[in-house]
Design a protein around this ligand. Structure first.
Ligand code: HEM
Length: 394
């Protein structure tokens, strides 16, 4: 057995290691010398850390051997089991996962993204206008967070008149880092929407979930609610990715200049922002059988943590991974996962990011950072916690 333990790797469980950037050094060492590391920390289940691009990708691609049903985020024992385990899109395995994905997929395709584009652009303009009017603002909360909550509220089917209130509840529920179902107003609101859509279906994700069948049976009310929570929870990742992109553009003025002068690089810019931000720091799986990887014995039932951010900085896959390069090609990053569980919101998230970049280029005359970026301290999500800015519209 080679390199199954590496003491420094346990620091990855400390949120501060991620806030101060030292996780990048730990991961580099792990990629070079300890690609599979076993941890036995207090308060957590024993787990394996996977840090190389190819290993992360191959685990993502193999739901037979690496199950999602027991949870996809590393949780301390005190937090108990994820309430969605075995029930939501993210937390099921084939064939149940494939059926759930088939129910929801039509709502997240390119055609729907294009149909939503005008509203997404109007949202971006409105949010930038409010930010410019307010003087100094926090890009993380006031722009990125608001846009991602708006996107998901629209996909769920929240009517225009309720958007402001729903967005506030989404922000409150997820800022508290508690399950949505413990947040009474938002849960009650989603249940109300479910009742309305039950009587009169519309073109939205809630209606699809209410009508959808797995094994010729309708989903239960709890399953619909938990799947709505699964979608709403994505707003955090999506917002952090947009915010990390802005922070990177501010920190790399030559890249911003290139983007402004060459709008044709927008598509590759969106990908590099996703790779650079890697707002989902890790995904987790559970081994379904005993197996061997890189000379290490993984046992059935053990957790396997895929450090996505590390994979997206792997020198074996990316040339100059530490460089923020909006023209990077190829860029086969794993920021949105890979394989059957690849992010269902990926087309929407890319559209929204592209529209934001377009509007920054065309509607914004100037922007500046007005204070230090506060990094987030978390082992699950990555990005700025606060990015104070000022901007002027044209
Ligand atoms: C930049 C923004 C986003 C990032 C970085 C991101 C990241 C990810 C990642 C890494 C996964 C794979 C998780 C795993 O395999 O365990 C995933 C899955 C998922 N994402 Fe996203 N996501 C983003 C935006 C969105 C949006 C906008 C939505 C909803 C509208 C969404 C909904 C989901 C859902 C439901 C899954 C589970 C899919 C499945 O298991 O089949 N995400 N996302």
């Amino acid at each position: 057995m080679t390199h199954s333990s590496y003491a420094a790797a346990d620091a990855l469980l400390d949120p501060l290691t991620h806030a101060d950037g030292s996780a990048d050094d730990v991961w580099r060492e792990m990629r070079d010398r300890h690609p599979w590391v076993r941890h036995e920390p207090d308060g957590y289940p024993a787990f394996w850390s996977v840090t190389r691009y190819q290993d992360v990708r191959s685990v993502y691609a193999d739901p037979e051997r690496f199950s999602s049903a027991g949870g996809v985020l590393l949780r301390a024992y005190v937090n108990g089991e994820d309430p969605g385990a075995g029930l939501t899109l993210a937390l099921t395995d084939p064939p149940r996962h494939s059926s759930l994905r088939t129910i929801l997929a039509p709502h997240f395709n390119e055609r729907n993204a294009r149909a939503l584009a005008d509203r997404l652009r109007a949202d971006v303009r409105d949010v930038l206008f409010r930010a410019a009017e307010s003087g100094e603002f926090d890009f993380v909360h006031d722009v990125a967070g608001r846009l991602s909550s708006l996107l998901i509220a629209r996909l769920l089917g929240v009517p225009d008149a309720d958007l402001d209130t729903a967005v506030r509840w989404i922000e409150e529920a997820f800022a508290a880092a508690k399950p949505m179902t413990s947040h009474v107003p938002l849960t009650r609101y989603v249940i109300d929407l479910m009742e309305q859509r039950d009587k009169g279906p519309s073109d939205d994700a809630i209606s699809l979930l209410l009508e959808g069948e797995v094994d010729e049976e309708l989903l239960t009310e709890t399953e619909v609610l938990l799947n709505c929570e699964n979608l709403l929870g994505a707003s955090e990742n999506a917002g952090l990715s947009l915010a990390a992109g802005m922070a990177a553009l501010v920190a790399h003025p030559e890249q911003w200049h290139d983007l402004r002068e060459h709008p044709e690089i927008q598509a590759s810019a969106v990908e590099e922002i996703l790779r650079w931000g890697s707002s989902a720091t890790h995904s987790m799986r559970t081994a379904t059988s005993d197996m061997e990887r890189e000379g290490c014995r993984i046992r059935k039932g053990e957790r396997v943590v895929l450090w996505v951010r590390s994979a997206n900085r792997d020198e074996r896959e990316f040339e100059g991974p530490e460089k923020f390069d909006l023209r990077r090609k190829p860029n086969r990053h794993l920021a949105l996962g890979f394989g059957p569980h690849v992010c269902i919101g990926q087309i929407m998230a890319r559209h929204q990011s592209r529209i934001l970049l377009e509007e920054l280029v065309t509607s914004v005359a100037a922007f500046e950072q007005t204070g230090p970026v506060t990094p987030l301290a978390s082992i699950a999500v990555n990005g700025p916690a606060r990015l104070p800015m000022r901007l002027a519209l044209r």
